[in-house]
Design a binder for this molecule. Structure first.
Ligand code: ZN
Ligand code: ZN
Length: 284
């Protein structure tokens, strides 16, 4: 199909307008010749508030648009989609911001392209057993918490079952689909199995069950006030999310002190639970 030639009397005027025969602007936009050239898929941020972080150039029927992020934006431009803006070279040789359907079209195309790139990278990394952040190996863990892969760079096979318990395995957060991190690739470290998703903060399945047990235990103990229960759960979550952190011993001590009020068996089971989780977490 020949490309439609659109002429502009004014660059602020939107060209994405159906002519008499075409009612649907989306359909019309599909006939435009659009190319996206991504300049940066990771933003590093700039201290200078006049700096432009160009994310991509978009060519629509031969006209160039720039899509940029604010100077202090860092990380994936996809996380900054709402703050990206579109510019065009003005007659004075200065970039001028453009709004309207043209700008929306350019933004939409850049978002699609970035998502494609991210997915491509994710698939490539997955095939090499690397976490999409590029820093960690990918991890695969069974629902009960037995670690299958965390440092070997083997491709993740979603269909395997746990070699210890036969359970189903996951390699991403069931809540937000963020892949689970293994050990860092360029550092020798012992793997601390994560208990909570680093992106959304939800407990992983192996932690969910234990948190539920801990919660039920505490809520059945009449010797504890509502406040005690909430605080104990928060402390537990804290210790579990960072068992080797500097504050973990102090928080553990606080748990012990708070539990002194609790019924004997509740205290025992609770402390036992913490010891077990800590031991599992720190296992290489
Ligand atoms: Zn297992
Ligand atoms: Zn998550």
């Amino acid at each position: 199909m020949p490309l439609r030639l659109v002429t502009f009397s004014n660059k602020w005027e939107s060209p994405i307008r159906p002519s008499s025969g075409e009612k649907d602007p989306v359909d019309y936009a599909r006939k435009l010749d659009i190319k996206v050239v991504v300049k940066q898929s990771v933003l590093h941020g700039s201290g200078n508030r006049h700096d432009v972080q160009r994310v991509a150039n978009v060519y629509i029927d031969g006209r160039q648009f720039g899509v940029s992020a604010p100077p202090d934006a860092t990380g994936s431009p996809l996380e900054w989609v709402k703050h990206l803006y579109v510019t065009q070279m003005g007659s004075m040789g200065e970039e001028e911001e453009v709004r309207g359907e043209f700008a929306d079209l350019a933004l939409g195309k850049v978002k699609d392209e970035l998502e494609n790139l991210e997915k491509q990278k994710r698939d490539e990394n997955r095939a090499n057993g690397i976490h999409p952040d590029g820093v960690h190996w990918a991890a695969q863990i069974c629902l009960s918490g037995h670690v299958q892969h965390c440092d070997d760079g083997k491709p993740i096979d979603p269909n395997i079952h746990c070699t210890k318990c036969g359970g189903r395995c996951i390699d991403e957060c069931p809540h937000c689909a963020e892949p689970i991190r293994g050990v860092q690739r360029h550092r020798a470290e012992i793997y601390a199995r994560p208990q909570f998703c680093h992106r959304c903060g939800a407990p992983y399945p192996w932690m969910q069950d234990r948190l539920q047990t801990a919660k039920e235990l505490l809520y059945h103990d009449d010797k504890l006030t509502m406040d005690d229960r909430t605080q104990l759960l928060d402390l537990l979550k804290y210790v579990m999310s960072d068992p080797r952190g500097g504050l973990a011993p102090a928080k553990k001590k606080l748990i012990e002190i708070k539990l002194e009020k609790a019924t004997g068996y509740v205290r025992e089971i609770f402390l036992d639970l913490i010891a077990k989780i800590a031991a599992e977490t720190l296992k290489p």
